[in-house]
Design a protein around this ligand. Sequence first.
Ligand SMILES: Cc1cc2nc3c(=O)[nH]c(=O)nc-3n(C[C@H](O)[C@H](O)[C@H](O)COP(=O)(O)OP(=O)(O)OC[C@H]3O[C@@H](n4cnc5c(N)ncnc54)[C@H](O)[C@@H]3O)c2cc1C
Length: 808
Amino acid sequence: MKSHARVVVIGGGVVGCSVLYHLTKFGLTDVVLLERSELTSGSTWHAAGGMHTINGDPNVAKLQKYTVELYKEIEEYSGQDIGMHMTSGLMLAATNERFDWMKSLLAKGKYAGGEATLISSREAHEMMPLLDPDQFVGAVFDPHEGHLDPYGTTHAYAKSAKKNGADIYLHTKVEDLVQREDGSWRVITNKGEIIAEHVVNCGGLWAREIGRMVGLELPVLAMEHMYLITEDMPEVIEFNKTTGKELMHCVDFDGEIYIRQERNGMLMGTYEKACRPWSPIQTPWDFGHELLAEDLERISGELEVGFRHFPAFNNAGIKKIINGPFTFSPDGNPLVGPVRGMTNFWSACAVMAGFSQGGGVGLALANWMIHGDPGFDVFAMDVCRYGDFATLGYTNAKVRENYSRRFSIRYPNEELPGARPFLTTPVYDKLKAEGAVFGASYGLEQPLWFAPAGVEDAFSWRRSTDFETVGAEAKAVRDSVGLMETSGFAKYKITGTGAAAWLDRLLASRVPAPGRMVLAPMLKDDGKLIGDFTLACLGEDDFLLIGSGVAEDYHMRWFESHLPDDGSVSLTSLNVGLVGLSIAGPNSRALIEKLTHLDMSDAAFPFMAIRKMDLGMAPAIVGRVSYTGDLGYEIWMKPQYQRYLFDLIMKVGEEFNIRLFGLRALNALRLDKSFGSWSREFRPLYGPLEAGLSRFVALSKEADFIGKAAAQKEKADGGQLRLRTFIVDAKDADVIGDEPIALNGKVCGWVTSGGYAHASGVSVAIGYVPKEVADEVEGWSIEILGENLSARLQPQALFDANGARMRS
Ligand SMILES: Cc1cc2nc3c(=O)[nH]c(=O)nc-3n(C[C@H](O)[C@H](O)[C@H](O)COP(=O)(O)OP(=O)(O)OC[C@H]3O[C@@H](n4cnc5c(N)ncnc54)[C@H](O)[C@@H]3O)c2cc1C
């Protein structure tokens, strides 16, 4: 065995072998893969080998497309047969609600060139005669679906990597990992030790245990999964004979099953509601090429529906039942990338669909390690999308929920109940008493809207039971004053003699003077957006940075990896150590004036001013800014003061008819102003000019901030896209995100977010279109639930276009 390597990949499942292959493909050949047994000895060997390109997240869909397209390459390069069967596939809907969901899914794929189409259940039956068309209302046909041989595929990756110079050591178990002073790793195995610059955890079923070797508790859990294989079926043989084709894959969402042809019979698998975690605390190291005990009883309900939907199964004998474990993260997406707070320790695990996603995971990881960037937007599978709230118990609750809902519809207004309530702020019960309907983000309960007694969210693709109330909340802000809780933002304290210089280099904006705030985009080297913050200077060498709550770990990883070594900058993520309340609306100044003796006039405390001050008896930090686009104040306080301040503001606000509002009203209000937000309008896909943020990018400042050269180039060549706001002639449903935007009938852009702008009384969609056509006013259409609705450009903000209300 080698004594040194640039990279040690732990685990020879489909994911580890893909990572190894991609590293070598991009020129890193001093790489080693260590496998405790034979290749495929984890979950890979018993996989059903199904693969497809459709995914609800367009960025993940791109990775799946890449994975499926890669198979030809590795088969040819390695000479290893991968047993590819490109059968094509159907997604079946048994209810109209499900069909609506499929339409929205399909629409999302359109701008990415998705080739799937909607068909009737009769057409589906013609393609796949085993299904009973009377059980379905329609289907989606996807030409890019099929299955392959898991063993052959894994070996094709491995052989290709070896051909490129990689070494693979079988029966070599990593027993411990010890970091050396220079950041490299001692990889201690049962066969000796390797010193590696980087370590990649592709441990699959044991990824959690490998994490524990370095003090990490990765949010990953294995679940038992069952499928059955039938004896030969005459219907299958007959179809093959008469058409010369294999039967296609089917996912029957309402039956919660998937089926495909397996030799002359069929394979049927299910994600059962009565799901069962496997080894929830500790995966046994001696688990080998084994199957788990079959338990048909547990999946009998799903099978019953499946047999009704595909009647030929009723006459088929069951040849084999496979029950094997495989891993999930809390949201079902992989955990990929460099782990925050660690040097040279990488994760590529929790890949639940290794044959749809394994190639993309390998590509992202290799890009990231070699070029410092995954090369595309991988936030949906970034290991940093979870913070320390994702404990073993949280993961267990969320993974079980995710598994049992694998084929369930997730409505846009649906908040899943698993692992909740978990993190709450001091005013949680007060908000609840006022009717708050909560959503959880980054583990924290946050008020979405305040429901009247007896009303709750009815989950739907269309406007729902919250519509009137959210409208009233938004209008209350515009008419007088509203109060909302804002603790869900991430808050970072940055102090020290080097703080200003560090921020100047890190952020594209100017660093504000004491008592002032600025909007601060953050770019990576290629000039794409990796953050949008409010940066506040509270005093000399004392800064507060406020950003997206869900990106806290993601941003901390970036900040920490760019901190100077000389100790001149101190950085702390405050999380709910600092909580927030915000008041907004034309009477918000009159209200805050009643809480302080200080002069709060525009002259004394102008737009974007910030200061520490007491409100009533409580010390707070007050900034004059509001994401509602109205006159407003963000108030930050230590948690022990939040209940007092909440009561005080509500009491004093009575004379202004103060009303509580939640995140949904906030969304409606920011749409009035075309304000973008992180993870929707602002993502690592777009440059600041494209995203309409160039006025916050201080190209003329002296500091050579990260991404400056690329931002200068974007300014010179104009980039490719423009973020635009459209008014949609919507009926009873508004955009959610990712819908296609067409100009004169031709799809050329996509929606990033939108909804009903209640105060303006219009349905709004925000999205990206090519810069060449971005100023066309008419001729636009946006697809909502399968219907093309006309839309027109809204060139200026719907509310307070000149900012007079916000600024005076
Ligand atoms: C019944 C069933 C059906 C499935 N069907 C499909 C399907 O149709 N399509 C699909 O895409 N996916 C399917 N899957 C999921 C698929 O199997 C996984 O996505 C995939 O196998 C994950 O691969 P992996 O490489 O991450 O993990 P694993 O296959 O678990 O590989 C991890 C490897 O790491 C090795 N290892 C762990 N610890 C160490 C250590 N300390 N030292 C050295 N080596 C170590 C293990 O021995 C193992 O070989 C199915 C899974 C099951 C159980």
